[in-house]
Design a protein around this ligand. Structure first.
Ligand code: G6P
Length: 472
């Protein structure tokens, strides 16, 4: 019986040390939920990094055993790997390049070597468990070399690759000195997926211009195989957000919070700390709104949740300082004794509290400068069980290709964002309802389970086609 192996940089848990013992906190992220239906079945497994540095061999063995019971296999990274592979090449080279932040790209050969080395480490961990005809689904930009490494070792395996972040134009990818190795690495897969058609188009163009493989209408001709490339926009666990919003717990939290905040309009923004999310730009727009429309003072507040992330990387540290400064500036300029314009939280929240924030907010302001998909906007829409609320969404998020009934904005156009917020604040309930309902309809249908099913079906289909082609 062949099995399916899921591979991603992070396992769907995070590891914490408490009183000399390890605790495992399951991840609540969309990917973990969606793929839960796969790796928990039969002989299937999930391979990835547990998120902490563990050096002692006995501790590693203990963790390995514990995770084995949960169908997970850890790949242990050293402190040096974390600095050079994770913070270094993944998040100081690929992340900024793929999000068009060319000013932040580091070109460090040692980081590249570490990236290669860690991709090999993942490959070895997989090869210890994989059979020649297994299906292996590799996720995201931390593991771009892995599909090729796997293909060389397991020529008949079924290999899927999905990239969760944007794929940039050829003009950007060509800046990276190791661009050919990266593209060849991805091309080890049988099926390559992106969130949007544009990402896919950029990838196809880079493959033909940089590594000279001919590509047309969703296929790439490799030496002895045909590779399929397509867009698969990822959804959320719609039912989970809808049910939580309807739950007694969330409803009572909404009442409690609303009582504390009084009768004012609320704008919610939730992001990981990241320069790609456009947080300072959003704050500048909010500041202009309060300057241009003084009648809104005391009548609108922003609830801004920033979830700590990658804070060892310099650009993230600087961003945190910039946000702190901006929030301080806005609140000190506009606050009154009974009104705070920006309620700023630099921490994560439990699911039921997030659900309450989504439910009670009138507007979600989701304005990344660049985002592969963005699930926050989908979570907000799914949580609007009374269909009252307005989504303001950046054109630069993959989700904007699906959520056409949002108020779409260019996040660099500060004036446009200010006017969209004003339009949202004054939108008739009937129009809000029409827009939300229509978005809910498609999000309910194309949820994360559907996404997994479509990708896996397609991967099976591509492999069957290849076998047919070979036997001719
Ligand atoms: C994005 C990436 C993921 C990554 C996540 C959190 O969504 O696509 O691959 O896991 O951010 O970032 P972190 O660096 O904490 O894993």
């Amino acid at each position: 019986m062949s099995k399916t192996i899921i591979v991603s940089n992070r396992l769907p848990i995070s590891l914490r040390q408490k009183n000399g013992h390890y605790e495992y906190k399951p991840s609540a992220g969309g990917l973990a939920t969606g793929l839960g239906s796969i790796y928990k079945e039969g002989e299937n497994i999930w391979i990835g990094w547990p998120g902490n540095v563990v050096d002692e061999p006995e501790k590693r063995a203990e963790i390995m055993l514990d995770l084995h019971q949960h169908k997970m296999v850890p790949v242990f990274l050293s402190q040096r790997d974390v600095e050079e592979f994770y913070e270094g090449f993944s998040n100081e080279t690929l992340w900024p390049a793929f999000h068009y932040f060319t000013q932040y790209i580091a070109y460090n050969p040692e980081h590249w070597e570490a990236y290669y080395r860690v991709n090999e480490l993942f490959c070895e961990a997989i090869l210890k468990r994989a059979q020649p005809d297994d299906t292996i689904w590799v996720h995201d930009y931390q593991l771009l070399l892995l599909p090729k490494m796997l293909r060389e070792a397991l020529p008949d395996a079924t290999i899927g690759f999905f990239q969760h972040i944007p794929f940039p134009s050829y003009e950007i990818i060509r800046m990276i000195p190791w661009r050919s190795e990266i593209l060849e690495g991805i091309c080890g897969a049988d099926l390559i997926g992106f969130h949007t058609y544009d990402d896919m188009r950029h990838f196809m163009s880079a493959v033909s211009r940089i590594i000279g493989l001919s590509s047309e209408s969703g296929t790439i001709q490799a030496e002895n195989r045909i590779i399929n490339v397509d867009s698969f926009p990822m959804g959320i666990d719609y039912g989970k957000f809808e049910n939580q919003a309807k739950s007694k717990k969330t409803q009572s939290l909404v009442k409690e919070y609303r009582k504390q905040l009084g009768d004012q309009k609320l704008i919610i923004t939730i992001d990981r700390l990241d320069y790609s999310k456009g947080i300072p730009q959003r704050l500048h727009a909010f500041q202009d709104l309060l300057t241009d429309y003084p009648e809104l003072h005391g009548k609108v507040s922003m609830i801004m949740i920033v979830v700590p992330s990658r804070d060892m990387v310099q650009s993230y540290k600087e961003l945190k300082e910039e946000i702190d400064l901006l929030v301080g500036r806005i609140n000190s300029a506009f606050s009154t004794l009974n009104w705070v314009p920006v309620h700023y939280f630099y921490r994560g929240f439990p699911f039921e509290e997030l659900s309450a924030f989504y439910s009670m907010s009138d507007i979600a302001l989701v304005t990344p400068l660049r985002d592969g998909m963005n699930l926050v906007c989908k979570e907000f829409v799914a949580s609007k069980i009374d269909q009252k609320g307005v989504l303001i969404l950046s054109e630069m998020a993959g989700a904007s290709k699906e959520l056409r009934e949002a108020l779409l904005v260019n996040p660099n156009d500060k004036r446009g964002v200010v006017e969209a917020i004003y339009q949202a604040l004054t939108m008739e309930p009937k129009e809000q309802e029409q827009r939300i309902r229509s978005m809910q309809k498609s999000l309910r249908k194309y949820d994360v389970f559907q996404w997994v099913e479509v990708f896996m079906d397609r991967l099976g289909h591509v492999k069957a086609k290849q076998a047919e082609f070979k036997s001719k």
